[in-house]
Design a protein around this ligand. Structure first.
Ligand code: UGA
Length: 451
């Protein structure tokens, strides 16, 4: 099929490249000429594993091209996917990019005689496609939905493994205005081996928010339990979760082997979730719900627990080394999770800001996210390095914030050799407590309180 995709962020570009790689003809649309040129030269404007290699192939095979010209792109496609950003601003989701894009699509639609489907892939609060997007397109095109198709098809891509998540989806949710819109979208995904959930537009939107709120809830639940364990003392929250997840309604035994479902990865004490999705989506669903006169108590708790966790890292560091002022502190990891350069809402950014306020000399280290960090925080007491050895050398405390493999591989002896005071706070529980303590390190982490 011939597809155009508006927006070349990680959702739009990953979707475009993956749809082209399974045989569709894709045009990626972006207003920024520099981004269009990069894509046409097989350079990915974002870092995402496997993406650039695949982009290279689909550009060579002429299955994908980029353009700033939405008019041309719509004339040469039968489905247009909206994948522009929906930031959270002033207490609500900001739909300005969506509206602008819907208006431009509507204008082009007016001049098109053939049937065309518009599909919203951006995360939008329930009711948006059905009301705002439909109304803007209908007004700009002077056509009624039905004469054009309308669908909502949320994405479930995790940064860092977005390509695999797209190619091997667990489910494909298609919210459709009518049967014809659904059929067109179902043909687009025919080649994928996954169940298709056929539903209405607002249910599709709600499935997306519920999925993210559920995962964020697991993290905050784990952190809440972990904070209770710390208050009581003498309980390692990791041991508690190891006990919990063996419940046969969670883990399953297959041929004598215990298989843990993916969601158990979220049941782990830590310094909090970040990224472009969980914080924004939980906040947006919460304010949308309040606008509909229901106060969502669980969502409120998810967010307030998440605010606590970065602060706990600082308290724990002070517990180990006392006063922070004037000391060199290493922050291992800035990206909101490994395998990405994304620092949006990252716990590390909150932690670095507190450390700087407290007068520390902060050495932050990350394999991919330093350029973004430099743009986010300008401070003469913040030093950036890709090599963890620079960060640890002569440091009087280290905070593990992002579980990059290179940090997980650091041996206790290396911490001891490099650091002035080998004191480590583990925000992702990646090190073995016993091994660290036996090696002579001062070690603690989220979910641990023994004295
Ligand atoms: C998330 C969802 O997992 C995707 O299904 C969804 O499509 C995507 O949002 C989206 O809405 O676009 P992503 O934000 O890439 O994907 O990252 P996750 O791997 O789910 O991690 C989110 C955050 O939770 C990270 O900050 C991670 O460090 C944190 N996390 C994860 C924890 O704090 N504790 C854990 O145990 C696991």
């Amino acid at each position: 099929m011939r597809i155009s995709i508006v927006g070349t962020g990680y959702v739009g570009l990953v979707s475009g490249v993956c749809l082209a790689s399974v045989g569709h003809d894709v045009i990626c649309i972006d207003k920024r000429e520099d981004i269009v040129n990069k894509i046409n030269s097989s350079v990915s404007p974002i870092y995402e594993p496997k993406l650039e290699e695949m982009l290279n192939v689909v550009i060579k095979e002429k299955k994908l091209s980029a353009s700033a010209d939405i008019s041309w792109a719509m004339k040469n496609s039968e489905i247009t996917i909206i994948a522009v950003g929906t930031p959270y601003k002033d207490g609500a989701i900001d739909l300005s990019y969506i509206k602008e894009c819907a208006r431009e699509i509507g204008v082009e639609l007016a001049a098109k005689n053939e049937y065309h489907v518009i599909c919203v892939k951006s995360t939008v609060v329930p009711g948006t496609t059905d009301t705002v997007v439909r109304a803007v397109i209908e007004e700009a095109s002077n056509k009624k939905a039905g004469s054009f198709g309308l669908a909502m098809n949320p994405e479930f891509l995790r940064e860092g493994c977005a390509v695999d998540d797209f190619i091997l989806p667990d489910r494909i949710v298609i919210g459709a205005y009518d049967e014809r819109s659904f059929e067109a979208m179902a043909s687009l995904y025919e080649i994928f081996d996954a169940p298709i959930i056929k539903t209405n537009l607002r249910t599709a939107e709600m499935i997306k928010y519920t999925s993210n709120a559920f995962l964020a809830n697991l993290i905050s639940f784990a952190n809440d339990i972990s904070n209770i364990c710390e208050s009581i003392g003498g309980i390692d929250a990791m041991d508690v979760f190891s006990g919990l997840i063996l419940d046969k309604r969670i883990a399953v035994s297959v041929e004598g082997k215990t298989i843990y479902p993916g969601l158990t990865q979220y049941l782990k004490p830590g310094c909090g979730f970040g990224g472009s999705c969980f914080p924004k989506d939980v906040k947006a669903l919460m304010s949308h719900s309040i606008n509909h006169f229901y106060y969502p108590k669980t969502l409120d708790a998810i967010l307030s627990i998440n605010e606590l966790q970065p602060k706990k890292m600082i308290e724990k560091l002070e517990g180990l080394i006392g006063e922070i002022r004037g000391k060199k502190i290493a922050v291992l990891g800035v990206a909101f999770k490994p395998d990405t350069d994304d620092i949006r809402e990252a716990s590390a950014i909150k932690i670095i800001k507190i450390l700087l306020e407290k007068g520390a000399k902060v050495f932050a280290c990350d394999p991919k996210a330093l350029a973004n960090t430099a743009k986010e925080i300008e401070n003469e007491m913040l030093f950036l390095s890709e090599d963890y050895r620079d960060a640890l050398s002569d440091a009087e405390g280290a905070l593990l914030v992002t579980s990059w493999q290179s940090f997980m591989d650091i041996k206790p002896s290396e911490f001891i050799q490099l650091m002035k005071t080998p004191a480590v706070v583990d925000g992702r529980r990646v090190y073995d407590r016993k091994v660290m303590l036996e090696a002579g390190l001062q070690y603690t982490g989220i979910g641990i309180k023994y004295q």
